[in-house]
Design a protein around this ligand. Structure first.
Ligand SMILES: *Cc1c(COP(=O)(O)O)cnc(C)c1O
Length: 357
């Protein structure tokens, strides 16, 4: 071994879902929104030209920050934006999780949390979800260096009520508590209303799911002006210009179109509720998801087998070969037409191979 090798920051990276080269697939594997961004985004894009590219963008991304603040009903000093919420969350880990005590998060959760903790050498403890795949708030009472969990959780879709979120906050007033609301717009209640009472709360949201803009990379945090200042200090010490000009302008256009946002999220909620009925009929069971995906297991057919059979048909879903969840598939809610093709294939496959129905 070379001497310098012992000084390398060796990490096991996060593995994102596959982005297939083929375009004729039904892509239900990375929780993208099946609908296009707001027509206001297309309009803003048509009005853009290359002139602003010559200059550095606004390091404060004010246009975007202000549009988000208006949409969320908070002061612009309470908003921090980043290159997707992954960037926002990484900055939060770096800024606020510096205790020698372990941070707490669930054992089954967004698989980036342990990657950031490992990379930044933050000690952590993973609290097992119960058998119904729910967070047990009591697990988060012991002393810790910070708490983070998604609500609804990923990849289970299970939603915690605001009372449980508040219970976790009430027991953790000496540390920063981060609620990752990547999927909150699909039927949950945001906890931003708790910000007034808990100055240690940070709520993180993204444009990737409910605003159909995963490719633009826009995420944000809402917290007290004081916490946002700490976040900005770290961000400016790392890279002042994370948000490019196009993302700032198009993100602001998306944030301003509340009517379109409502319309698309309601369509996805309706398709998801129908998917619950259809998949139950086919012998699947799942936690009651309030996200834009269902985390399903079949009573007779191994998930790995179904995953492969679906992929061969050009239907991509997500399979995690990990303890406790290796017999589950995470199925993103697509359009009604995409979902019909999924059910049709499953009916045929389960009928032929397992005599289902
Ligand atoms: C998708 C997702 C994110 C990150 O999304 P970005 O595209 O980086 O904004 C964060 N947390 C959870 C739980 C997610 O599922």
């Amino acid at each position: 071994m070379k001497i310098w090798e012992s000084n390398i920051r060796k990490v096991t990276p996060y593995v994102p879902g596959e982005q297939p080269k083929r375009t004729d697939v039904i892509k239900l594997n990375t929780n993208e929104n099946p609908y296009p961004p707001s027509p206001k985004v297309a309009e803003a894009l048509r009005q853009m030209n290359t002139e602003p590219m010559r200059k550095y963008p606004d390091p404060e991304a004010r246009m975007l920050v202000e549009a988000i603040a208006r949409e969320e009903g908070v002061a612009s000093e309470q908003v921090f934006v980043g290159v997707g919420s992954d960037d926002v969350l990484a900055m939060i880990f770096m800024t606020f999780f510096n205790s020698p005590k372990p941070i707490f998060f669930p054992d089954i959760t967004y698989s980036f949390y342990d990657v950031w903790a490992d990379m930044l050498r933050i000690p952590y403890e993973q609290k097992p979800l119960n058998d119904a795949f729910e967070i047990e708030s009591g697990d988060y009472y012991p002393e810790n260096g910070g708490v983070i969990f998604p609500n609804p959780n990923a990849p289970t879709g299970a939603l915690l009520g605001l009372d449980v979120v508040e219970d976790i906050l009430a027991h953790n007033q000496d540390v920063i508590v981060v609620v990752d609301e990547a999927y909150i717009d699909f039927g949950g209640m945001t906890c931003t209303g708790l910000l007034e009472r808990y100055e240690n709360l940070i709520v993180v949201k993204t444009f990737s799911k409910s605003r159909s803009m995963a490719g633009m990379r826009i995420g944000y945090a809402i917290a007290s002006a004081e916490l946002i200042r700490y976040l900005n200090d770290v961000k400016y010490s790392f890279n002042s210009y994370t948000m490019n000009q196009t993302a700032i302008v198009l993100g602001a256009a998306a944030a301003e179109d509340h009517a379109y946002f409502e319309e698309t999220r309601q369509k996805i909620i309706a398709t998801r509720e129908n998917a619950k009925t259809e998949l139950r009929k086919l012998g699947f069971s799942f936690a009651d998801s309030m996200a834009n995906f269902l985390f399903v297991t079949h009573e007779r057919v191994p998930a790995a087998e179904l995953f492969a059979a679906l992929k061969e048909q050009g239907i991509y879903v997500r399979y995690f070969n990990k303890p406790r969840i290796d017999n589950y598939l995470r199925v993103t809610i697509g359009t009604d037409e995409e979902m019909e093709r999924l059910y049709a294939f499953l009916r045929e496959y389960l009928g032929e191979n397992y005599g289902v129905l």
